[in-house]
Design a protein around this ligand. Structure first.
Ligand SMILES: Cc1cc2nc3c(=O)[nH]c(=O)nc-3n(C[C@H](O)[C@H](O)[C@H](O)COP(=O)(O)OP(=O)(O)OC[C@H]3O[C@@H](n4cnc5c(N)ncnc54)[C@H](O)[C@@H]3O)c2cc1C
Length: 488
């Protein structure tokens, strides 16, 4: 096998976990490489979840989940500005509708305080309805957690990745790990679809496939099972009939339950359910799932404007057999895991990254913080958030700001061109969508899809028939076969 690279550390998986780890490692004088099997980053669980930066009252006291959640939440408050992350610190409510549920809230309050969550408070029914007037009038109280918020998960992963690259790390997409080379009980390399990477350290952040990556090195200490969660997303036009923040039902022993939640961009969603399945690639949305989440969400929000649903989607939790995160050293020397990262994995990611960087320093004691680490990413222009005066100035400077490509979300050609040409830039129509929101509005790309395809073709210097929606063979347009007698 050809040797692609040599590296001090190879991170497997380009979700929120892998990208956060890569950025943390880029603070040190290390050669770090991330490999991702898909054509873009954040195409796994990181692209389909509830997007909540949890406060941290839910996880059992003393668990890895609890520790990483609370620290991760704190870190996002710091990283928000450095990495230009899109976060709304809305706070969250866990709503009770009976006396028994109020007792559960008191347990959650106690657990949260022991986990180190600040500001927790039980609100009366009146206080809850003052915050969220559309909720069921059967509310008896709620647990208020002011430090919770909602984020834009794939943009966060891309920001971690761009920051890491800015600081010297390297990323290979379309690069599947097919084997881990172990000699004398130690990792010596990673076999990928693009060639061998010689390395003594591998960080396994492969999400649903973390057990399979571990097995490649001979570590069979855990397995990962997919647990499906389905959602319905609603148009912004009905936001006033929905909720202002994050509203959970009182949890039971197995799940946090179906929630009603705002997004960073003003939409609302209901979901997720929790369905154990076999197939790690099964992202189908089901009628049964939809019926269940609608019935559950109606217990919190009785009048849901179902006609304003704009899309449904599904995410797969990477549930470990222990139920807790698996973070740390494998019994195979040189292999570290960030596995079993189900909720609150998104929140925990920057804290897990800190923990893994600490372990890497333990294993490579000669490694030091690098001089000149750049913690700040340049801010992106989001045209629709500018004042009229600034919009006019932007158009003066670059006329492509004057061409609105996605009418639902007011995304301009200049923003799309920037998303293609920036580091870790978009290569597919969905890649543009994840970076700019073009195609995420009410028409779900029906109007702007062909125009985004044209822009991608022009910027990448390829014919429109080669532009992909997402994965291999998902072409947006095909060359028409000539009819009999017609010239080709
Ligand atoms: C329904 C649902 C709701 C959730 N809600 C929340 C929430 O509100 N708040 C929260 O904090 N967390 C939430 N989570 C959890 C959170 O989404 C995950 O913890 C997080 O996204 C996991 O990130 P990851 O990087 O570990 O995995 P992923 O995003 O799946 O990334 C793993 C990557 O590894 C790649 N990969 C796999 N195998 C290989 C290979 N052989 N070679 C190269 N690359 C490979 C994959 O392609 C993938 O891109 C939720 C999860 C679900 C499913």
């Amino acid at each position: 096998m050809n040797c692609l690279r040599e590296a001090d550390v190879v991170v497997v998986g380009g979700g929120i976990m892998g990208t956060a780890v890569l950025r943390e490692l880029s603070k040190y004088d290390l050669k770090s490489i991330l490999v991702e099997k898909e054509p873009d980053l954040a195409m796994g669980t990181t692209k389909a979840n509830s997007a909540i930066l949890h406060a941290g009252f839910d996880a059992p006291n003393g668990s890895m989940k609890a520790r990483m959640n609370v620290r991760g939440n704190t870190l996002y408050h710091i990283l928000e500005d450095q990495l230009d992350l899109d976060i709304k610190w809305t706070g969250s409510l866990v709503v009770a509708t009976s006396e028994e549920e109020l007792a559960t809230l008191r347990e959650l309050l106690e657990r949260g305080r022991k986990n180190g969550v600040g500001g927790l408070q039980i609100l009366s029914a009146e206080e809850v309805l003052a915050k969220e007037p559309n909720l069921t009038k059967t509310v008896t109280g709620a647990l208020w957690a002011p430090s919770a918020g909602v984020c834009w998960p794939f943009a966060a992963a891309l920001s971690f990745a761009r920051s890491a690259v800015q600081n010297g790390a390297e990323i290979f997409t379309d690069c599947r790990v097919e084997g881990i080379v172990v000699a004398d009980g130690k990792v010596t390399g990673v076999k990928t679809s693009k060639g061998l990477i010689k390395t003594g350290l591998v960080i396994n952040a492969a999400g649903l496939y973390a057990d399979e990556v571990a097995k490649m090195a001979g570590d069979e200490s855990f397995s990962i099972h997919p647990r499906k969660g389905e959602y319905i997303l609603f148009d912004k036009t009905v936001a006033d009939k929905m909720v202002n923040g994050i509203v959970f039902p009182t949890p039971n022993k197995t799940t946090k339950g179906v929630l009603v939640c705002t997004t960073t961009h003003g939409n609302t969603f209901i979901g997720p359910n929790a369905e154990d399945i076999e197939d790690k690639d099964d992202r189908a949305v089901t009628i049964t799932g939809m019926d269940r989440i609608i019935a559950s969400a109606k217990k919190l929000l009785p009048e849901i404007p179902l006609g304003a649903a704009i899309t449904e989607f599904c995410g797969l939790r990477a549930a470990s057999d222990s139920g807790d995160f698996i973070i740390g050293k494998s019994r195979v020397a040189g292999l570290l895991h960030a596995a079993g990262m189900q909720s609150p994995g998104l929140t925990a990611a920057p804290a897990v990254a800190e923990e893994l960087a600490r372990l890497v320093r333990e294993l490579l004691p000669m490694v030091h913080l690098k001089k000149g680490f750049q913690s700040i990413l340049p801010k992106k222009t989001v045209f629709h958030r500018l004042s009229r005066v600034k919009q006019a100035a932007a158009v003066q400077k670059n006329k492509l700001y004057g061409r609105v490509i996605c009418r639902c979300e007011t995304i301009t050609e200049a923003e799309i061109v920037a998303a293609i040409n920036e580091s870790c830039g978009a290569r597919t129509v969905d890649g543009v969508k994840r970076r700019t929101r073009a195609g995420m509005g009410r028409c779900q790309g029906g109007f702007c899809g062909p125009r985004v395809t044209q822009i991608l073709a022009r910027e990448l210097g390829i014919p429109v028939t080669e532009v992909l929606k997402e994965r291999a063979d998902s072409h947006m347009f095909y060359e028409k076969e000539p009819a009999a007698g017609e010239e080709a």
